[in-house]
Write a protein that binds this ligand. Structure first.
Ligand SMILES: *[C@@H]1O[C@H](CO)[C@@H](O)[C@H](O)[C@H]1NC(C)=O
Ligand SMILES: *[C@@H]1O[C@H](CO)[C@@H](O)[C@H](O)[C@H]1NC(C)=O
Ligand SMILES: *[C@@H]1O[C@H](CO)[C@@H](O)[C@H](O)[C@H]1NC(C)=O
Ligand SMILES: *[C@@H]1O[C@H](CO)[C@@H](O)[C@H](O)[C@H]1NC(C)=O
Ligand SMILES: *[C@@H]1O[C@H](CO)[C@@H](O)[C@H](O)[C@H]1NC(C)=O
Length: 651
């Protein structure tokens, strides 16, 4: 049996000379915890402590190392929190890990038992877990029970998550974030007991993977730093991130969006991509926010090529394109040990693939059905041949090929947003077994102009007005603040059969408007709202303790993990400016970032009855004419992460 007995802090000698302070007046133990454990018994007592020993009972060296590293992080966290305040006893932390074979590889995190129990008494702490995942969570919970005046709040906890998928989608393609930023974010996710990161590594605007088979993809497709070096992730970087995440119980699921958002594959061969760099693109000519449009009045939908420049969708009707996709999924997919690959499917559209003539003003989405029905079995076969499970957005429900999608796939409710209950019921009725939620009115963490829910603040004013900076400030009503996020529960309103399909939820962090200096405050602490919903069994009600608990949790993120988390009252209103993908720095004023809106080159503009269009939302459209215009307001991409100043712990 491997036993680690460790006294890690060198402050013991000084501490022994200090008289033991009296136990502090403690708050209810639940005040200290986030996310709230399943079952908590308050011992109504504290013990003064100055350090912890660890004794890991495990026969598996991998488990031993992971738990041991988690204990080192725990010690660091505690020493930051209690610094300068020593006294009391040194307590043993005894950790039993029962199943010592299960999770020594990242792939084994899928479906792992995450439960643990924790007993904190005056004579020491016992953490029992089935796997190392539970042991790591037990240590995180324990660190929350330490107070800044070096007391341990005593009690006993039995804990396990409500859902197996508790995640975030991180986009490092719209704007680039290096490995050090990703690791810092993973630290905070782990502390929130988030266990999945979907990683979006390419978009039409940048391809961030060093894939040696087709180096042109990153050599020409990635953003460049000031020295001209591409901003990319090597295979080693990706493995580094996966291993770092693994030690923190976090699965990494790659997001390889297809067939849309695939313009960059045109760098290999322009014939592989339909509508490559189509200019002008047509970003958003239908007012999604206006639900009072009668059916059939989506007059301008047909003029749409893609949702963001540069345009382009993989064209699997071209054999070379399908081969390229197969090679990509097979080789780069194999770098990710997780069983799931998320293949997206968002925002495919008929006009891009030329399945309707350009002269048609209306292109019903169903005109794309034959195209998708031909593509989908090919994609499903590729995934099957490389032994990967299918993941996609809930747009599969509208693409006319839902019957071809594997029912054990992981389907993310998200982009349609409109009717989460209806969509989950539809998926359940069709036999889908795994639905995870990320409804944009609650769980989308960005506030980019591409999102209709914040479109008006950024873009609805006239172009002249938009150059007044206050026009770019996120209005409180449109920022998804932590309380709004917290109030959504995926099971609300569902039939029992549909509720059974729900396996968790994700925050979605599109990065169009993010740079390195503000990503922390966009993610934290709001992701913790999602984390608690997804972790806590009988979803805890929002009450007058929730904000207090979250505020203390946030202090740990800032002080112990150096995450520049926003104040819990932050409403997105301190930005003063929004940012564009780095793509805009080199494409400002170029045709391929111009939105067609009412100007359709080469064709007279009519509505579906042949009449001149009546613009119901003139200002909205007019402001859309130049997708990159905000880029002209800032002149640098040398945004840096700055370690935050410490904040006081509220208690
Ligand atoms: C702690 O105090 C609460 C409230 O007074 C009580 O219900 C609970 O039983 C106490 N716990 C223990 C372990 O004594
Ligand atoms: C923890 O595990 C040990 C060893 O199996 C056992 O003796 C102890 O009773 C367990 N404690 C709890 C609270 O389950
Ligand atoms: C929504 O659309 C209807 C029908 O076109 C229009 O009358 C109404 O003004 C629109 N509302 C808003 C807020 O734009
Ligand atoms: C948070 O969002 C909700 C819902 O949009 C809103 O009612 C509430 O006022 C917001 N909170 C603050 C402090 O603005
Ligand atoms: C918080 O809510 C509890 C239970 O509803 C109530 O007893 C308490 O007075 C409230 N505290 C404050 C400060 O509002």
């Amino acid at each position: 049996m491997l036993v680690k007995a460790l006294l890690s802090l060198g402050l013991l000698a000084g501490a022994l000379a200090t008289p033991t302070p009296p136990p502090v007046q403690h708050r209810p133990i639940t005040d200290y915890l986030w996310p709230m454990p399943r079952q908590v018994v308050d011992a109504n007592a504290t013990v003064a402590c100055n350090d912890f020993w660890i004794d890991i009972k495990s026969n598996n060296p991998d488990v031993f190392n992971i738990v041991s590293n988690a204990f080192d992080r725990f010690q660091n966290s505690v020493s930051v929190k209690t610094h300068g305040k020593w006294g009391g006893s040194t307590l043993p932390v005894t950790i039993h890990v029962a199943d010592e074979t299960k999770a020594s590889t990242p792939a084994a995190l899928a479906g792992i038992d995450e439960s643990y129990s924790l007993q904190a008494t005056k004579s020491g702490i016992v953490i029992n877990a089935t796997t190392q995942a539970g042991a790591v969570y037990g240590l995180q919970t324990l660190s929350q029970l330490v107070t800044p005046d070096a007391n341990l709040v005593l009690g006993s906890i039995t804990d396990s998550p409500r859902f197996p998928y508790r995640g975030i989608l991180l986009d490092t393609a719209r704007n680039y974030f290096p490995v050090e930023d990703i690791k810092r974010i993973l630290d905070g996710l782990a502390y929130s007991k988030i266990n999945v990161m979907k990683w979006l590594l390419y978009e039409a605007q940048s391809f961030t993977i060093v894939w040696d088979k087709y180096p042109v993809l990153y050599q020409e497709g990635a953003y460049k730093d000031a020295q001209g070096k591409p901003k990319v992730f090597t295979k080693q970087d990706i493995q580094d991130v996966i291993n770092y995440a693994f030690e923190r119980n976090i699965r990494i699921i790659p997001v390889f969006e297809t067939p849309s958002h695939n313009g960059m594959f045109g760098l290999v061969d322009p014939s592989f991509v339909s509508g490559w760099k189509h200019a002008p693109f047509d970003g958003d000519s239908y007012d999604w926010a206006n639900s009072s449009y009668p059916a059939g009045t989506i007059v301008w939908f047909g003029r749409q090529y893609c949702f963001g420049p540069p345009c382009g969708g993989l064209d699997p009707r071209v054999p070379g394109a399908l081969n390229l996709l197969t090679e990509f999924l097979t080789e780069v997919g194999s770098w990710f040990p997780d069983p799931v690959i998320h293949v997206g499917h968002s925002e495919a559209n008929p006009r891009l693939y030329g399945v309707v003539p350009d002269s048609w003003d209306i292109a019903d989405q169903s005109t794309l059905d034959p195209f998708m029905r031909a593509f989908e079995p090919q994609l499903v076969n590729i995934l099957k041949s490389i032994n990967k499970k299918y993941g996609a957005w809930d747009v599969i429900t509208t693409l006319g090929m839902m019957d071809l999608v594997p029912k054990d796939g992981i389907i993310t409710l998200g982009e349609l947003g409109g009717d989460p209950v209806g969509i989950i019921e539809t998926l359940a009725a069709a036999g889908f077994e795994n639905v995870v939620v990320s409804p944009d009115p609650f769980y989308f963490l960005d506030c980019s102009p591409s999102q209709s829910w914040c479109l008006y603040d950024y873009e609805a004013v006239s172009p002249a007005d938009t150059y007044n900076l206050p026009g770019y400030i996120v209005s409180p009503g449109q920022w998804h603040n932590w309380t709004k996020i917290y109030t959504y529960d995926p099971l609300d309103g569902l039939s029992p059969a549909a509720a059974k399909t729900v396996k968790g939820g994700f925050g979605t962090m599109w990065a169009e408007t993010l740079k390195r200096h503000n990503i922390d405050r966009f993610i934290f602490p709001r992701i913790a709202s999602i984390a608690e919903r997804m972790w806590t069994y009988d979803a805890v009600a929002l009450n007058n303790k929730t904000g207090v608990r979250l505020d203390r949790f946030r202090a740990s993120l800032v002080n112990e993990l150096k995450i520049a988390a926003a104040d819990i009252n932050y409403l997105g209103n301190q930005e003063g400016m929004i940012y564009r993908p780095e793509y805009c720095d080199t494409h400002l004023n170029t045709p391929d970032q111009t939105v067609s809106a009412f100007v359709f080159i080469g064709a007279p503009l009519t509505d579906r009855d042949g009449n001149p269009p009546v613009d119901p939302l003139q200002s909205h459209y007019a402001a859309h004419a130049d997708w990159c215009k905000i880029a002209s307001l800032y002149t640098t991409n040398s945004f840096v992460y700055t370690a935050p100043n410490p904040v006081p712990y509220p208690y």
